[in-house]
Design a protein around this ligand. Structure first.
Ligand SMILES: CC(C)(COP(=O)(O)OP(=O)(O)OC[C@H]1O[C@@H](n2cnc3c(N)ncnc32)[C@H](O)[C@@H]1OP(=O)(O)O)[C@@H](O)C(=O)NCCC(=O)NCCS
Length: 300
């Protein structure tokens, strides 16, 4: 029989011991992402530690045997190492060929928070390789003024229900994986959460813009409690490959930030990005850093 899911009451105290206050989670987030989520593959527990494994989301495409260490919390360096080893053992038993820290569907973590040395040591002791860095960036959007005045144009606008087929065509062509699934899910709940760039009747760019009325924000697990009540989030953002580098991606970003500002957003996050230099041009500063961590598993 499968082990019982780990409820928030069990993980909460361990979470506080493992992570700094800027990575607070809550009952609702934990339940959505780690208790009732269909990708949860194993809920593991031992003395002073818990760990949750998730499998892949089939709709994203990609490697069907790539599993994720979606959550881990522990009360001492030794129990951290025990948790990481148990996670690797369990993933192997489930037939995983690789195990990544975070990056799961409805993830908490885009990578290992870089300022948590006990966690990094625990992962390394279990055989994980620590790799490249991604960032979260933030800025206050009160009275946002666009960097490029050409961003104020009907070409850049919130989507409406009639954009559904145009958006699907665009995503199928340009971003057929995870972004298509995540953005269209938010579009179904509220089309105005998607900004579009329209050229001659075709959609050539998108930006997902989320605000505090989003009950199940994409990527919102660890930051929404830290941003304050009028939080906003931008991303994913993209434009058609053949049109990049001509100023439109920047204008779409500008128009999307202006729209978030009009919706009364104050602190806005752009999470899980390797393009910090792009966003820094628009006044964002890096607030958190993460390192990727993954492990290739021996196949039986
Ligand atoms: C990121 C993206 C939306 C930018 O759109 P774009 O049309 O190529 O960018 P623009 O030509 O409008 O550039 C606007 C400004 O940002 C800068 N910029 C663009 N891409 C950059 C990058 N990767 N790194 C640093 N600066 C960048 C440009 O130099 C320009 O600066 P300037 O106004 O001072 O000259 C586009 O390249 C894209 O769709 N990429 C693939 C999807 C992606 O990676 N999205 C971001 C994920 S976090």
């Amino acid at each position: 029989m499968a082990a019982a899911p780990i409820e928030f009451a069990e993980v909460g105290p361990l979470w506080e011991k493992t992570y700094s206050p800027s990575f607070r989670i809550d009952d609702e987030i934990w339940r959505q992402n780690m208790v009732v989520h269909p990708a949860v593959a194993a809920s593991l527990r031992g003395p002073g530690w818990i760990a949750v494994l998730k499998g892949p989301v089939p709709e994203y495409g990609g490697d069907a045997n790539r599993f994720h260490l979606a959550a881990i919390a522990f009360d001492s360096p030794d129990s951290g190492q025990a948790a990481a080893k148990a996670a690797v053992q369990s993933a192997t038993g489930l037939g995983a060929t690789s195990l990544s820290f975070g990056q799961d569907g409805d993830h908490i973590w885009p990578g290992v928070p870089h300022d948590h040395p006990h966690l990094i040591a625990a992962l390394e002791s279990a055989g994980f390789t620590i790799g490249g860095t991604v960032d979260d960036l933030q800025r206050d959007l009160a009275n946002y003024s666009p960097r490029d005045p050409a961003a104020i144009s009907p070409e850049f606008r919130p989507a409406g229900t009639s954009d559904e087929s145009g958006l699907m065509d665009y995503f199928t062509r340009e971003f057929p994986g995870r972004w298509r699934v995540d953005v269209m899910q938010q579009f179904q709940e509220n089309p105005a959460r998607v900004m579009v760039w329209e050229v001659d009747g075709n959609i050539e760019g998108h930006a997902l813009i989320q605000t505090s009325d989003t009950h199940h924000p994409i990527g919102g697990a660890i930051w929404r409690n830290d941003l304050g009540p009028n939080w906003g989030a931008l991303g994913s953002i993209g434009v058609s490959a053949r049109l990049r580098g001509g100023g439109s991606g920047g204008r779409l970003l500008d128009a999307s930030l202006l729209e978030l500002s009009r919706r009364q957003v104050r602190e806005c996050i752009i999470d899980w990005t390797g393009l910090s230099a792009f966003y820094e041009k628009y006044g964002f500063t890096i607030t958190r850093k993460y390192q990727s961590a993954s492990l290739t598993l021996a196949t039986p």
